[in-house]
Design a protein around this ligand. Structure first.
Ligand code: COA
Length: 175
């Protein structure tokens, strides 16, 4: 069960080391049956390093949101980058193990949409071997639009590209 009080807010630069550790933990827990240890280490080296995350926290085109409980524990995170006036790419959406399946992913996803007023199209990439996440995105209106292969040393990540479009009326910021 999730704690009662959860706030979703922008990540701070001082939190980057914690975020980096949390991402490493989630990847090891979620993907160790799917990817080799070496591949997971390489992912963390490329995309979870302090330098990489700090760049996204400071990037004005990015929304880097974290979900924090009343005791200051980070339970989940999401990062979106605007790729056009009405388009964004979701770089990540993760919920801490033990807190999954209780609605936090949905809340983080909504917070990302709200943080980008006028957004009409969102894309993301998800590992093709992660059916639960694919089901989650489907349930939230994403449709598969392609595949991509991301080389990773001697291995590769097989990715499904998904996209959600909303009509203009729904994209208008709410009062
Ligand atoms: C995918 C994820 C962000 C969804 O967030 P969440 O808070 O667990 O999801 P919600 O509670 O809002 O919604 C629950 C639904 O999400 C899906 N889901 C995906 N992964 C899940 C998980 N590990 N545990 C529980 N539900 C999961 C299920 O469809 C579930 O519906 P169900 O209970 O009817 O099966 C989160 O589970 C997660 O971080 N998983 C591990 C990392 C990951 O796969 N991230 C996505 C990478 S692209």
């Amino acid at each position: 069960m999730l704690p009662m009080r959860i706030a979703i807010r922008r990540a701070r630069l001082s939190e980057v080391p914690r975020l980096s550790r949390l991402l490493g933990l989630i990847w090891r827990k979620t993907f160790s049956g799917l990817l080799s240890r070496r591949a997971i280490r390489e992912v963390s080296r490329r995309w979870h390093s302090g330098k990489h995350l700090a760049g996204q926290v400071l990037d004005r085109e990015c929304f880097f949101g974290v979900a924090e409980d009343g005791r200051g524990r980070i339970l989940g995170l999401t990062t979106l980058r605007r790729t056009g006036r009405s388009c964004a790419f979701m770089l990540r959406l993760y919920v801490r193990p033990g807190c999954q399946g209780a609605g936090l992913g949905e809340r983080l996803l909504s917070a990302g949409w709200r943080a980008c007023p006028g957004l009409r199209r969102m894309r993301l990439e998800v590992l093709s071997g992660n059916p639960r996440a694919i089901a989650f995105y489907r349930r939230h209106g994403f449709r598969r639009v392609g595949r991509r292969r991301e080389p990773l040393g001697e291995e590769a990540l097989e990715l499904v590209v998904m996209e959600k479009r909303v009509p203009l009326a729904q994209a208008k910021p709410r009062d």
